[in-house]
Design a protein around this ligand. Structure first.
Ligand code: DQA
Length: 152
């Protein structure tokens, strides 16, 4: 099965009401549903998870590899800037990870400029709002197809 994990980190369950001037008004559920339909048209299935807990995010990354997911779209939220454990988890798995941020982390406070994750991801998309998830999905699917990881 062509499964892709959509993994969102802390506070992203509050999307829609959380600092809408920065993160927009779409809810996480609407993002997940939209991404699932875009993926389905291309023959992929989205498994969406969100957690406010670092260890649960690590477990989800490991689980995706152990269950032969094709890749991961990951918004690690604030853990992006702090978590060596999440960086190590991304490094520890061989399936491709695309990092996504709704806001442009490079144009915000200096403490957001560094991503612990970026060097272990295939790429980073930042600053395009919810559309960034779709960009990440398309980039990931292209990567998977070019690397012949897909199965039908
Ligand atoms: C975020 C950016 C992070 O700096 C922040 O802590 C978040 C969301 C984004 O999607 O723009 O929670 O990852």
């Amino acid at each position: 099965m062509n499964q892709i994990l959509l993994l969102n980190g802390p506070n992203l369950n509050r999307l829609g009401k959380r600092e809408p001037e920065i993160y927009g008004t779409d809810t996480l559920e609407s993002i997940e549903l939209h991404l699932a339909s875009v993926a389905e048209r291309q023959g992929f299935i989205i498994d969406a998870k969100q957690s406010n807990h670092e260890g649960e995010l690590i477990d989800a990354l490991h689980h995706a590899e152990d269950h032969q997911y094709k890749g991961i779209i990951f918004n690690p939220a604030a853990y992006t800037h702090t978590s060596i454990a999440l960086r190590d988890a991304v490094a520890a798995i061989s399936i491709p990870v695309t990092e996504v941020h709704l806001s442009n982390i490079h144009a915000r406070e200096p403490f957001r400029h560094l991503s612990m994750i970026a060097a272990e991801a295939i790429g980073q998309i930042s600053g395009f709002g919810v559309y960034g998830y779709e960009m990440a999905l398309n980039a990931l699917i292209k990567h998977v197809k070019e690397n012949h990881h897909e199965q039908n």
